[in-house]
Design a protein around this ligand. Structure first.
Ligand SMILES: Cc1cc2nc3c(=O)[nH]c(=O)nc-3n(C[C@H](O)[C@H](O)[C@H](O)COP(=O)(O)OP(=O)(O)OC[C@H]3O[C@@H](n4cnc5c(N)ncnc54)[C@H](O)[C@@H]3O)c2cc1C
Length: 368
């Protein structure tokens, strides 16, 4: 195995393996070392760990088999490291081993002349920087391969879908029904180890039956929500606790919904938020008081939608059908299905592909 050390030269080093028996893992500079020019080493290193931690968490809490889920760490992160090293090599070549200063990045012949022989090609620099902007921002670091966690093929059933499976959830602004605040969907749930089940419910006048059917399924003992539960009292993370309790506070008297710390439900409704009541939504969606949203915030990227369900439009979701979008605990989209019986079946198959029902007498969760 090659282990890299820090270098200010463009020496790119890449490990032959990320793990020993899925018990010892390498991450960060220990698996991919390159020049500091790209300014990406820390970003990518932290995301290595971000990718691995929630998977280990599922295994440790008895929710997933190590043999199924842990190999996806290398599968996903190796591709990203290879892209990083390609980008770094291309980027470093532009500087020929020298750091640019302001005058090196100019087209001004007077200034460039002062640095004859040392100037960076400004056009080339801009071109390479722009080409890689999505990758360096982190959004373009995509897990493009079909896998148990990234259901690329299954998600094709959602015609016109504009979300990319294996990519971070595209930002979207919504009105939170509970307090009428404008919020960013991708920031609504903390990184707490839970899967986020986004229910894009479309127009209630057209989809209420499908929404009701999905709710009934979720509340049944055979749903992934009820089959895959940690042992009594086990939470998904240390940031869970109070946050989750306060989120469900208003629900405390109903005692109907069995909360599961590994799944959280967010319901996004295309119908104007002042035309429906929170209690009108069926169980279990009505229990997530602070995670119901109206989709009416203008977004210049989908101007044509105006205030009429711009996020549905942006994500390519038909408001007369609705869709269920699973976002993994690390914020990546894992699966999208139509909100109908086939979609629900695909959703079940997806979770059955890597989760398992924990064994032992104390399995369960507290009622809220
Ligand atoms: C000049 C420079 C500029 C950079 N600029 C950026 C930037 O702008 N943006 C960016 O994202 N990245 C940047 N990077 C890259 C970034 O610093 C690294 O990619 C990142 O720190 C890697 O994190 P790591 O945890 O994998 O390794 P490290 O940060 O190297 O951590 C490894 C740790 O292990 C310790 N260690 C080593 N051997 C042992 C041992 N035997 N026992 C116990 N401990 C041990 C080390 O002391 C160290 O604390 C830059 C790097 C350099 C050199």
């Amino acid at each position: 195995m090659l282990i890299g050390s820090r270098s200010t030269k463009s020496v790119n080093v890449f490990a032959s393996a990320y793990t020993l028996d899925h018990r010892v893992f390498l991450a960060g500079d220990a698996v991919h070392t390159h020049s500091p020019k790209a300014g990406q080493g820390m970003n990518i290193s932290m995301l290595d760990m971000h990718n691995l931690c929630w998977k280990i968490n599922l295994v440790e809490k008895g929710m997933a088999d190590a043999a199924t889920i842990l190999p996806t760490y290398e599968l996903e992160r190796r591709d990203i490291a290879q892209q990083l090293i390609r980008f770094d090599a291309e980027y470093s070549r532009i500087f020929s081993g020298r750091s640019p200063d302001a005058t090196q990045l100019t087209d001004d012949p007077l200034l460039a002349g002062k640095h004859k022989g040392a100037a960076v090609d400004a056009q080339k620099f801009i071109e390479v920087f722009k080409k890689n902007a999505r990758f360096t921002s982190g959004v373009g670091a995509v897990y493009a391969k079909q896998s148990a966690l990234n259901a690329v093929e299954q998600s094709k059933a959602v015609k016109g879908l504009k979300l990319t499976i294996g990519e971070r959830l595209t930002p979207g602004k919504l009105t939170r029904a509970m307090d009428a605040n404008v919020v960013r969907l991708q920031q609504e749930v903390r990184m707490n180890g839970a899967f986020r089940i986004h229910v894009f419910a479309g127009e209630l006048g057209k989809t209420s039956q499908q929404l009701e059917a999905f709710g009934k399924h979720l509340d049944s003992p055979n749903s992934f929500f009820n089959k895959y539960r940690p042992a009594q009292g086990v939470s998904s993370s240390i940031v869970d606790g109070f946050y989750v309790a306060s989120n469900h506070l208003e629900d405390a008297t109903k005692k109907t919904h069995e909360y599961n710390p590994f799944f959280t439900l967010l319901t996004i409704i295309a119908t104007n938020y002042y035309e429906w009541e929170m209690d009108q939504l069926p169980s279990p969606f009505n229990h997530y008081r602070s995670q119901m949203y109206g989709d009416n915030i203008f977004d210049k990227r989908v101007m044509e939608a105006g205030t009429n369900a711009p996020v549905h439009k942006k994500y390519g979701i038909d408001t007369s059908i609705g869709a269920i979008v699973v976002v993994r605990p690390d914020g990546y989209v894992g699966l999208a299905v139509n909100m109908n019986s086939e979609g629900i079946q695909t959703l079940e198959q997806y979770f059955a592909g890597f989760l398992k029902a924990p064994t032992g007498a104390s399995v369960g969760s507290s009622k809220l």
